[in-house]
Design a protein around this ligand. Structure first.
Ligand code: G6P
Length: 369
């Protein structure tokens, strides 16, 4: 097992560190910015259906559902097709309104999640086209769907999903760009710009991993906290959810992710000097709004840990800790901003003596209801 961990203490840490490579593997053969080539093999026979879909419905569970939420922003921004993101367990029992003009995307690392599989069968019975985004080749979901694309992240052993999440987002990003371009929603020059930027992501994730030492120090300070709040807006809202999920899964600290502006409708009541609040506050279209949310937390003496874009000075003056990540296109930020949150959870869990790779009560894949 030590050999399989490749010198890392846990599979989770190894998998976090594999991300520059797994993201690159996921894009290999699909993206070549210099020639403007973007091919999502699995889509070939279904491009027509995809392009003309009235609606895209994404269904998944857990971390894969968070990747689906990122995709909602991506598809709506780039392709201008309405998207709904559904927990498979709710969707399957709701008698949803569905027809043959709906394009359903099922996301699953294992390809074996019972609820997701049942949601697929239901959507199929209503005539929708189902596309799978799975990591495990030949899995039940990969076989049950009409078509699909693998994430090629390699085996993920740690129960808390890390590299599968960023690989899912990578595939969904490629799909959104392809779809947007085919539908004439992205101008040629902008499209090329986006493709070039996407190719730089593995290198930027590599740089985000260099924040590890800093995250160990932050983990030391907050490892005994009883609660954590994670806040973000726009593309970073799903990242806030994922950051909170990672922490609760492996460290057993209660954590909630929220859209930063919703804080005032509830979570703000919890804020005092005991409450660490993680803001994902990268320089994007909602930056100014997030800055005022940070001020609101500061006024209530919450402890602020902020993930910001390199060179940010505004948040630095307000936060207790800033974690600087490389800048990128707004739509690609989750691939980078989630990395320090994964590391923070990992170190807190290790310091608390938790079984990081096999947290209590959780399973890598949930094959029963
Ligand atoms: C379990 C795992 C999670 C995962 C979820 C969905 O809860 O512990 O890490 O996100 O199932 O699994 P899937 O294989 O469908 O992505």
């Amino acid at each position: 097992e030590a050999i399989e961990k490749g010198g890392y203490d846990h599979f989770m840490l190894k998998e976090i560190y594999e991300q520059p490579r797994s993201i690159a593997d996921c894009m290999r053969g699909r993206l070549d910015a210099s020639s403007g080539r973007l091919v999502v093999g699995g889509l070939r026979d279904y491009m027509n259906k995809f392009q003309n879909a009235q609606r895209i419905i994404i269904t998944a569970c857990g971390t894969s559902w968070h990747a689906g939420l990122v995709a909602e922003y991506l598809f709506e921004e780039f392709a201008r097709i309405p998207v709904e993101v559904e927990y498979a367990s709710e969707f399957r029992y709701r008698n949803p309104v569905l027809n043959e003009n709906d394009f359903v995307i099922a996301i699953s690392q294992s390809g074996e999640t019972a609820d997701t599989l049942a949601a697929i069968e239901l959507a199929k019975s209503k005539g929708a086209t189902i596309f799978g985004v799975c990591n495990v080749v030949g899995s039940s979901i990969a076989r049950a769907t009409h078509a699909g694309s693998y994430t090629h992240a390699g085996p993920e052993i740690g129960v808390a999903s890390t590299k599968a999440f960023t690989a899912q987002i990578s595939v969904l990003t490629l799909m959104a760009l392809k779809l947007g371009y085919q539908r004439g929603m992205i101008a040629e020059t902008r499209y090329m710009e986006l493709l070039h930027e996407l190719e730089t992501i593995p290198g930027k994730v590599e740089r985000a991993l260099q924040l590890n030492e800093q995250l160990i120090k932050i983990a030391e300070i907050y490892k005994d906290a009883r609660n954590f709040l994670y806040l973000g807006r726009g593309y970073n809202f799903p990242v806030a959810l994922e950051g909170a999920l990672k922490l609760k899964e492996i460290s057993y600290i209660h954590a909630e992710g929220y859209p930063a502006a919703e804080m005032k409708h509830g979570p703000i009541a919890l804020i005092d000097e005991e409450m660490p609040v993680v803001f994902i506050a990268t320089k994007d279209s909602s930056y100014e709004k997030v800055v005022s949310n940070i001020q609101e937390v500061k006024a209530r003496k919450g402890k602020i840990i902020a993930v910001v874009t390199e060179g940010d000075t505004t948040v630095k003056n307000m936060a207790d800790h800033v974690i600087e990540v490389p800048s990128t296109e707004e739509a690609f930020v989750p691939l980078i901003s989630v990395v320090p949150l994964q590391l923070l959870s990992y170190h807190i869990a290790v310091m608390r003596g938790c079984n990081v790779d096999q947290p209590r009560n959780l399973a890598k894949s949930v094959t029963v209801e």
